[in-house]
Design a protein around this ligand. Structure first.
Ligand SMILES: NC(=O)c1ccc[n+]([C@@H]2O[C@H](COP(=O)([O-])OP(=O)(O)OC[C@H]3O[C@@H](n4cnc5c(N)ncnc54)[C@H](OP(=O)(O)O)[C@@H]3O)[C@@H](O)[C@H]2O)c1
Length: 179
C-alpha cells in the first residue's frame, strides 16, 4: 500500500518559511546529505511528489537556471494557472482524496512525498493520506511565518537523529487529537 510521508525542515517554533517565504534561515545551515535521515535516502523511497502552489512558486523563483529538480511526477495543488516548466508537473485542485488514484498510480510501488505546505499536509491527513511526518528542526526561532501544519494530530516518535545543525524526528501520524 502506498504510504504518504510529509518530510520537511522547520524552525524550532514550527514555521516552514518566514513571512516573506524566505528560506535563508534554513539553506544557510549545515546538513549532511550523507548523514542520518538525509534527503537523498528518503527521496529514493518516493515515486511521486505533492506540493502546494506557494512551494511550487518558491521553487520556480529560486531555482535560477537549474532544471526542475524532481524526476518523479509532481502534483501541484492550485486554483490558479501557474507557469509550467520542463518536468513531469501536474496541476490539480480540490480534496487530496479526489486525486488518490492518479497520485498512487504515478508513484508506482514507491511512496509519496508530501512536500508542504502545512495546510495541504493537514488536508492529506484529514483524507487519511498521511502516514508519516519527518521534521528536521533548524536551530532558530522565526516568530512568524508559514505554519508547519494546519491542524491538530497525535504523533508517535519512530526515529530521531542529529544531522549537522539539525535535530530530526520521524513520526507516525495518528488520529485527530482529543481535547
Ligand atoms: N522548510 C521546508 O523544508 C519547506 C518545505 C516546503 C515548503 N516550504 C516553504 O513553505 C512555504 C509554504 O507555503 P504555504 O503555507 O502557502 O503552503 P503551500 O501548500 O505551498 O501553498 C498553499 C497554496 O496552495 C494552493 N492550495 C493548497 N491546497 C489546495 C487545494 N486543496 N486545492 C487547490 N489549491 C490548493 C493554494 O494556492 P492558490 O489558491 O493560490 O492556488 C494555497 O494558498 C513556501 O514558502 C515554501 O517554499 C518550506
Amino acid at each position: 500500500m502506498t504510504a504518504y510521508h510529509f518530510y520537511t525542515a522547520s524552525s524550532l517554533d514550527g514555521f516552514l518559511a518566514d513571512p516573506d517565504d524566505n528560506l535563508g534561515w534554513l539553506l544557510s545551515r549545515h546538513f549532511d546529505e550523507k548523514g542520518p535521515m538525509n534527503i537523498p535516502d528518503f527521496q529514493a523511497t518516493t515515486g511521486a511528489n505533492v506540493m502546494g502552489a506557494t512551494t511550487y512558486e518558491w521553487l520556480l523563483a529560486n531555482g535560477g537556471d537549474a532544471p526542475w529538480p524532481y524526476e518523479v511526477p509532481t502534483f501541484v495543488f492550485t486554483h490558479r494557472e501557474l507557469p509550467l516548466v520542463d518536468g513531469d508537473i501536474r496541476f490539480v485542485s480540490g480534496a487530496p482524496a479526489e486525486h488518490r488514484g492518479v497520485i498512487e498510480s504515478a508513484a508506482g510501488d514507491r511512496d509519496v512525498w508530501v512536500l508542504g505546505g502545512g495546510a495541504l499536509a493537514a488536508a492529506f491527513a484529514d483524507d487519511g493520506m498521511l502516514d508519516e511526518l519527518t521534521v528536521t528542526f533548524a536551530p532558530v526561532l522565526l516568530g512568524a511565518g508559514r505554519p508547519l501544519f494546519g491542524g491538530a494530530r497525535e504523533l508517535r516518535l519512530i526515529e530521531h537523529a542529529v544531522n549537522g545543525e539539525f535535530l530530526a524526528g520521524r513520526y507516525a501520524v495518528l488520529g485527530p487529537r482529543e481535547a
